[in-house]
Write a protein that binds this ligand. Structure first.
Ligand SMILES: [Fe+2]
Ligand SMILES: [Fe+2]
Length: 471
């Protein structure tokens, strides 16, 4: 079904003929707009931004580009096309037709999954709200705002499900999504990484690489869901998510490139005094963002994850491509655990190890991106490699949260950690230094000195295109 932009809430779910959710969403909309005004990007709300908006939901050509003021962005509800005769691919209901309504006994569990996903969307907008003023270029500023409006749309996507399928509980949860605040002591966002600060652009680019990538893996496993409306909405969200990870991967790649240029120009590894960010410091930021993102996958062994899988609510990444029985009642999976102060590999029931299974897919994906950054370093003729730290490093959730682990994977004492963690994670002084580099570049085609220009512009526009009209 085509997207109806004549509606107050653009949608391709035939909202006009679905009075109850339509009314609930229309009542929720002013609260969303108020939240956006208060917690969305600080400043720039009256500026014209070159944004893409969804015009259809097929993989090719779903986007139209044009100048929009952010408060006028057409947030709406877009589900990927229904797959005909779709059947459930895993769990106890494997082979049965996908559900268009939620079985009563699964409502609570499914609501929790949707709320947890939904909560991350406004959280990241809140985390990023101060970044506009220090953007390294208009190109990057536009990318930040594109990510922000799409996270806003992802919130709409989850709120639609709550309103359309969960009655009064759903409406209450939808309201609560607008009330929690990232980092707030009394009413924080649900997941840890979404209460961290995103104080500078290096953090933002790391966040979009590592934390938005967690989003990709969560959405991909929810896209396998037996509950067809959730599956379809996640499938469309994934197409938007790809741009967020592009921003992170190419963004960090450009910082790496600029650092390499400065290293060669000045024949030194310490490029800070020339306005660059040392590769060693980038490694520390990487260590931080990777480790807090690993926590998002949860504990290695989880009965919740097992139940979600058996119920058919949340599958594995690429569920259908996997060559097994898709029920996992008798399968084993090797996971990393702490045993008597040693890190060991252990066989565990695969059904209980689904968080770790998803984390493994994520880690492999991260490693591919880091490999591409290393290629930039190598091409520059510099002998240095960025690496992913050990999965036990700096964890707050899971087996390794109980111990201190070096990036190489050695368990150390609390005292050793206290003495050395400044070698592995950004220190206060280093964060402050990165802060001093963050001066906004506001002329078309101009870039801050710590980041290289991109290889090409957005939607075939030039790099010097006026992506945000500031004048
Ligand atoms: Fe999102
Ligand atoms: Fe995202």
């Amino acid at each position: 079904m085509a997207i109806d932009y004549a509606e107050r809430i653009p949608n391709n779910v035939n909202l006009a003929e679905n009075r109850r959710p339509q009314r609930a969403l229309e009542q929720w909309q002013p609260g969303f707009q108020k939240w956006w005004a208060e917690m969305g990007p600080a400043g720039f709300q009256e500026r014209e931004v070159y944004l893409r908006t969804a015009t259809s939901v097929d993989a090719q050509g779903w986007a139209s580009f044009g100048y929009v003021k952010m408060p006028d962005y057409r947030w709406g509800i877009f589900l990927a096309e229904a797959e005909r005769d779709r059947t459930i691919a895993f769990g106890d209901h494997k082979g049965e037709p996908a559900w268009q309504e939620i079985p009563g006994e699964y409502r609570g569990a499914l609501r929790r999954l949707i709320v947890t996903q939904g909560d991350t969307e406004p959280a990241s907008v809140e985390q990023q709200r101060q970044l506009g003023r220090t953007s390294p270029s208009l190109y990057d500023l536009r990318n930040l705002f594109q990510v922000n409006v799409e996270e806003g749309r992802h919130l709409w996507a989850m709120v639609y499900l709550l309103h359309a399928y969960f009655g009064r509980d759903g409406r209450e949860e939808a309201d609560a999504l607008l009330q929690r605040r990232s980092g707030n002591a009394d009413n924080p966002r649900i997941l840890g990484a979404f209460n961290e600060q995103t104080p500078d652009w290096l953090s933002f680019l790391m966040f979009t690489f590592f934390t938005d990538r967690d989003g990709k893996y969560q959405l991909a496993s929810l896209a396998e869901s037996a509950f067809d409306p959730l599956s379809r909405t996640c499938r469309f969200m994934l197409t938007e998510e790809a741009h967020h990870m592009f921003v992170g991967e190419t963004g960090i790649g450009r910082v790496v490139q600029r650092t390499c240029e400065l290293m060669k120009e000045h024949d030194t590894e310490e490029v800070g005094r020339y306005g660059g960010i040392d590769l060693k410091l980038m490694q520390k930021y990487l260590n931080f963002h990777y480790s807090v993102s690993l926590d998002l996958f949860g504990a290695e062994l989880s009965t919740n994850a097992a139940n979600y899988f058996s119920m058919g609510l949340k599958g594995r990444f690429n569920e259908q491509a996997r060559d097994d029985d898709h029920q996992l009642k008798n399968s084993q999976y090797t996971i990393t655990q702490v045993d008597d102060l040693r890190i060991v590999q252990k066989e565990q029931p695969a059904l209980l190890a689904l968080n770790e299974t998803l984390r493994d897919a994520y880690i492999a994906d991260c490693a591919r991106g880091v490999g591409r950054w290393n290629k930039v370093i190598k091409t520059a003729g510099i002998n240095f490699e960025l690496t992913l730290p050990h999965r036990g490093f700096h964890r707050a959730i899971g087996d390794c949260a109980a111990v201190k682990v070096t990036p190489e994977g050695q368990i150390i004492t609390e005292a050793e950690w206290d003495a050395h963690h400044g070698r592995w994670l950004p220190t206060e002084a280093e964060r402050e230094f990165v802060g001093t580099l963050m001066k906004g570049a506001t002329e078309p085609g101009k870039f801050a000195g710590w980041i290289a220009p991109p290889a090409r512009g957005i939607n075939h526009q030039g790099i010097d295109f006026e992506y945000v009209k500031l004048g």
